[in-house]
Design a binder for this molecule. Structure first.
Ligand code: DGJ
Length: 378
């Protein structure tokens, strides 16, 4: 009898802890889904559609170091941004074709999904590195689905804007390319011999398409969508308008913050101004966040300060940006969404979500141990 009672009590305890509702955000702690499992959606982004939020991110593997995609993109849904239902794998990597662009073992990072009202399709973009090639491919991948939760079908991968010059191209970019510039560089800060323009990386990649690594999507009020990506060996950001079906680039793009080596870009809009939150380029190690604003998405962009203030602000509270969530139904309510990477055991990566405040219209992010949506009512 006693054993039976203990079993019942343990069962109730396990059930309660698995189904417990989150009452708010506790950045950096384990964040359980509806099944009681730590959410597995790293480098993610959030789509709001028909009153539901969908969180998409990289599915990481238990006990594995490194960053190889063995499963795909995980999706969760929520109506309050704190309690998340596991919706399973939205985009699966391909297990039976080693030559496929998204074959298991490729690098598939920072997936983002937007909804196209004209085609009634959900479109996913991600950063793709082909299996066995390190970070050399620097491609964008595109997948499509009829449903927010998927399954998504892979469409293509490519380097953006092949054969197109940006709006702010300079004459120097159209000059012939010196043979030594055809070199590959290591793809990080400190790798280039000089300013990217002095060796004309834009011109080097004109024909084959521009490098695209860390990336994000943004849909404007008029329904136009934009792709922002770290390009030119991560030295320069490009903002590129998508085609009407959101499946390709339109060819309309600009370069911004050349030689600032910005990664992890996230765009949002407030009171008609465009904002950018990004990071420096230091691999998996955290660094000081960047922020910027512009009256028009195609600039002019002005860099602002590190938006983080207080202890560990110079490390973005040990996180790196991945998205900014506009909270629905609340004015001026935006959430900074960041990853606290755990490169030795990637699945243990933590999520740092913090409210964004505005001082003189400039974004400010402060650390909070615990917070809830009422901060936006103050
Ligand atoms: C930093 C980037 O922001 C991540 O997405 C990832 O590409 C790592 N670098 C790889 O070192």
């Amino acid at each position: 009898m006693a054993i039976k009672n203990i079993i019942i009590a343990v069962t109730i305890f396990v059930f309660m802890s698995c189904t417990q509702q989150q009452s708010g955000f506790t950045p950096g702690e384990i964040w359980k889904d509806d099944k009681g499992v730590h959410i597995n959606a790293h480098g993610g982004g959030v789509l709001f559609h028909n009153n539901v939020y969908y969180w998409y991110g990289e599915h990481k593997i238990e006990g594995k170091a490194g960053n190889k995609a063995e499963v795909g993109v995980h999706c969760y849904s929520s109506t309050n941004l704190t309690d998340w239902k596991d919706e399973g794998i939205a985009l699966e990597v391909i297990k039976n074709d080693t030559l496929h662009d998204i074959t298991a073992g490729c690098v598939l990072e920072r997936p983002k999904v937007i909804y196209n009202a004209k085609t009634d399709k959900f479109v996913m973009w991600f950063h793709l590195e082909l299996k066995g090639q390190g970070y050399k491919a620097a491609r964008s991948g595109v997948a499509i689905s009829d449903k927010a939760t998927g399954p998504y079908t892979f469409v293509k991968s490519f380097r953006p804007n092949a054969g197109m010059w940006p709006i702010n191209v300079q004459d120097l970019h159209k000059a012939p390319i010196a043979p030594e510039v055809k070199n590959e560089y290591c793809g990080g800060k400190g790798c280039l011999p000089a300013h990217p323009d002095s060796i004309n990386l834009l011109g080097r990649d004109f024909e084959g398409g521009q490098m695209a690594r860390d990336q994000n999507l943004f849909v404007d009020d008029d329904g136009k969508a934009y792709h922002i990506y770290s390009s030119e060996e991560n030295s320069t950001l490009h903002i590129s308008q998508l085609s009407d079906d959101f499946l390709s680039e339109s060819g309309n793009f600009i370069r911004i913050f050349s030689e600032r080596y910005m990664e992890a870009p996230a765009l949002f809009k407030r009171n008609g101004m465009y904002y950018l939150i990004a990071s420096d380029c230091t691999g998996w190690a955290p660094n000081a966040a960047r922020s910027a604003w512009a009256p028009n998405i195609f600039g002019p962009w002005t860099e602002l300060d590190n938006p983080c203030v207080g202890e560990e602000a110079e490390l973005t509270f040990r996180s790196q940006s991945t998205y900014v969530i506009p909270v629905q139904g609340k004015k001026d309510a935006f959430i900074y969404m960041g990853d606290r990477w755990m490169p030795e055991n990637a699945i243990d990566g933590r999520y740092i979500w913090l409210p964004i405040e505005f001082e003189e219209d400039k974004p400010i992010i402060k650390w909070m141990e615990k917070w809830d949506m009422s901060v936006f009512d103050e």
